[in-house]
Design a protein around this ligand. Structure first.
Ligand code: ADP
Ligand code: MG
Length: 704
């Protein structure tokens, strides 16, 4: 019996021909630690094996070869367990041995001396003679009739270090072949038969065999589809399963009351009518927070869609129900701005509100901490300074997190680790996540979408310009400034080349200062290397309309709100990703005036950069932009997905597998629809299978 309960969890070093040194390398280089990892180390392509080698061409480095020739003789060699059947095999170009330790009788009965066969196996060299041990062997007529011909050979990713230790693609194929033979009856089915039939999925064992060593392209495709389906299925099943478990287990504060704070703000202080989308989202939240279950909600809304006021209304509901609320923003500038705009919106409403950032003075901090603990403070707005241990709430009922992708999951968890009952959580993001991705990555959250901009907004006009147009762009800036508007000029700042970028920025600032001289024009500059108070001062000059132009790096990317700004000039636009461009553009078009975005680039553009710029010029729709971004970069690079830890797919690829994703989603939904409590046998098996799947998934990522 195997020492490991589950054969597939056997450390890879015990696989024949691996051993401790190679095992260590496999683990480090490609994350293969146990048998199962190797089975799931899928080939990235296959080569056509319809090629026949000549015996004279054989090399030991060939993993699997196919030969055509004649069996010229048989001989039984040795005795006992070492007894083997050796056949001489010739193809007119040489001779080799076919060796069997098992099934000797079967071979003797079926393989005929003098007949022509096609054989397939791993060539081994011993004393100048090649041999194939336990080759696949078929009469040439069968092969020519297309029966059982395996023409597709797997190609695996290997690394330099692996290759140096002899673990090239061929060796990996060899190991996998051997492992499949040894473990195939351990690969148990984990999807119910009915489901497999409905979605025409091949069984799991066959899928593993066929994805490595397919009989045909069709079989390969079936195998790939089955394994992708399985991966996406369990991911989504787990999301819903866990969400339900969490909801059942996690008590939440009950915000049943709509009181004075909410009502008087809504009736007397709200400076505009909410959009229908905002109203719908407020309603979704209100319904959610009175159930007694803890709310975990993702609030998606394009830049400028008005998420802040929705957050504020929710915070007021917390106060109406006797709770404190906090709002956490990723930067000091943003926290400041939230603080100011929320204070302005609240007017003389008796809500006690404070700001806490890295630059809050020690003395102020002490008072703040006290008021927070006593419950005298209603709202706390700030940066990640909020998660410091000395920040203790009297009764935190609601946490709002702005621009969620800037915070790690661990950071977020700290916020509520202090509380026995978790506060309700709203995570706001202005990075639209394509629908396909959202349901996969955030299936464990409830999602609200503000898919409508406030009335009267004019779509931003976007154009592409090169250096040759610079004077025209300056002229256009002058015209807008003459109308009383303000302008952003943004430079990329990408860490590896920070110094160069900073020089770009300061050069740009100088040339703009020359083109827009005092006393008629005033220009601000803001970048990440500045001291916080200087930065703040410069920001404020622009926010209050004291300066006409803000030259900045992407520090202004997120959330900054200056409705009077009407032009966003993005320098070196080709260096920005789509979602960043969209975020930046969202800084303008916040007032009633027509706004513009100018994408400056060099003349030489890569195909991707061209498509990004074209997409920006064609649409303002964040969701459309996100779809293109997803296609260009794949899900792993999309903002907001890195922290999810869910994009580490073994085989599925969300950019290309939308259809499989849709079907697997449908399958998951059907299960919860027909058997909500997961009581039926099939459902119970699925829960078991999921838990196993999940455990292995976790093991795998913990190792890599
Ligand atoms: P974002 O969703 O990008 O955070 P904000 O909450 O900053 O957007 O809102 C952008 C601007 O739109 C703010 O000036 C805000 O006061 C304004 N606003 C929000 N909702 C409405 C509305 N329903 N009607 C008019 N203006 C609105
Ligand atoms: Mg915002």
């Amino acid at each position: 019996m195997n020492a490991f309960q589950d054969l597939l969890q056997t450390p890879i070093e015990f696989l024949k021909g691996v051993g401790p040194a190679k095992a260590e390398l496999l683990r480090k280089e490609v994350g293969i630690a146990v048998y199962e990892d190797l089975l799931q180390y899928f080939p990235f392509r296959h080569v056509d094996r319809s090629k026949f080698y000549k015996i004279s061409e054989l090399q030991e480095s060939l993993a699997l070869v196919q030969l055509k020739g004649v069996v010229s003789s048989f001989e039984l060699v040795g005795t006992g367990p070492k007894q083997r059947l050796v056949a001489q095999f010739t193809d007119g170009h040489g001779q080799l041995e076919l060796i069997w330790f098992q099934s000797i009788r079967w071979v003797q009965a079926t393989i005929k001396v003098g007949a022509t066969y096609v054989v397939f196996g791993r060539p081994a060299l011993f004393k100048n003679t090649y041999s194939l041990v336990h080759p696949e062997i078929e009469p040439v007529s069968d092969v020519q009739n297309g029966k059982g011909l395996m023409s597709l050979q797997p190609v695996y990713n290997s690394t330099e270090k692996l290759k140096l230790r002899g673990l090239d693609t061929r060796a990996l194929a060899r190991c996998t072949w051997q492992l499949l033979e040894a473990t195939s009856n351990q690969i148990s089915e984990n999807l119910p038969l009915g489901l497999r039939q409905h979605f025409q999925l091949v069984d799991r064992k066959a899928a593993y065999k066929q994805i490595h060593f397919p009989d045909s392209l069709e079989k390969l495709e079936e195998a790939r589809r089955r394994l992708k389906f399985e991966e996406l299925f369990f991911l989504q099943f787990g999301m819903i399963y866990n969400k339900r478990a969490r909801k059942a287990a996690q008590r939440g504060h009950v915000f049943s009351h709509v009181g004075q704070y909410f009502n008087s703000f809504y009736q007397d202080h709200l400076p505009f009518e909410l959009t229908d989308a905002q109203k719908r989202v407020v309603k979704e939240i209100r319904e959610d927070i009175r159930t007694g279950q803890q709310m975990n909600r993702l609030l998606q809304g394009d830049v400028g869609s008005g998420k802040t006021v929705v957050a504020l209304l929710t915070m007021l509901l917390a106060v109406d129900n006797g709770f404190q609320a906090c709002l956490m923003a990723p930067t000091e500038i943003l926290a400041n701005q939230h603080y100011q705009s929320i204070q302005a919106l609240l007017g003389e409403l008796p809500v006690k509100i404070a700001l806490l950032t890295g630059s809050t003075k020690v003395k102020d901090r002490r008072i703040l901490h006290e008021n927070l603990r006593s419950g005298a403070l209603h709202f706390l707005i700030g940066t990640h300074a909020l998660i410091e241990p000395e920040v203790q709430f009297h009764n935190l009922g609601l946490t709002i997190i702005d621009e969620q992708h800037r915070f790690g999951v661990a950071q977020r968890a700290k916020l509520w680790a202090k509380n026995t009952i978790m506060p309700h959580v709203v995570v706001m993001t202005a990075t639209p996540i394509p629908r396909t991705l959202a349901m996969t990555l955030y299936g464990d959250l409830d999602v609200s979408v503000i898919d409508q901009l406030p009335q009267g907004r004019k779509p931003i006009k976007t154009m592409h310009a090169t250096d040759a147009h610079r004077l025209k762009v300056f002229e256009f800036m002058r015209q807008e400034i003459a109308k009383g508007r303000q302008v952003y000029v943004v430079y990329p700042l990408i860490e590896e080349s920070e110094k160069l970028d900073l020089k770009d920025l300061t050069d740009g600032y100088e040339s703009i200062s020359r083109a827009f001289p005092l006393p008629n024009y005033r220009v601000s500059i803001v970048h990440g290397k500045m001291k916080t108070d200087v930065k703040q001062f410069e920001m404020n000059r622009f926010v209050t309309g004291n300066t006409h132009i803000m030259v900045a790096t992407t520090v202004i990317e997120v959330g900054v709100n200056v409705p009077n700004a009407s032009i966003m000039v993005i320098e070196n636009a080709e260096r920005f990703g789509l979602s960043q461009l969209h975020q930046l553009r969202g800084r303008v078009g916040r007032g009633a005036e027509q706004s513009y975005c100018v994408l400056m680039s060099s003349n030489k553009l890569s195909a991707d950069a061209k498509l990004r710029i074209k997409t920006m010029c064609e649409t303002n729709d964040g969701f459309k932009i996100a779809e293109v971004d997803l296609e260009l970069r794949g899900p792993g690079d999309l903002a907001g997905t890195q922290q999810s830890g869910m994009v580490d797919f073994k085989i599925a690829d969300l950019t290309t597998d939308a259809e499989i994703l849709r079907q697997s989603r449908q399958a998951v939904e059907a299960i919860f629809q027909h058997d909500a409590e997961l009581q039926q046998a099939d459902s119970r098996h699925l829960v078991q299978a999921y838990k196993q799947y999940h455990r292995r998934h976790k093991n795998w990522s913990a190792i890599s």
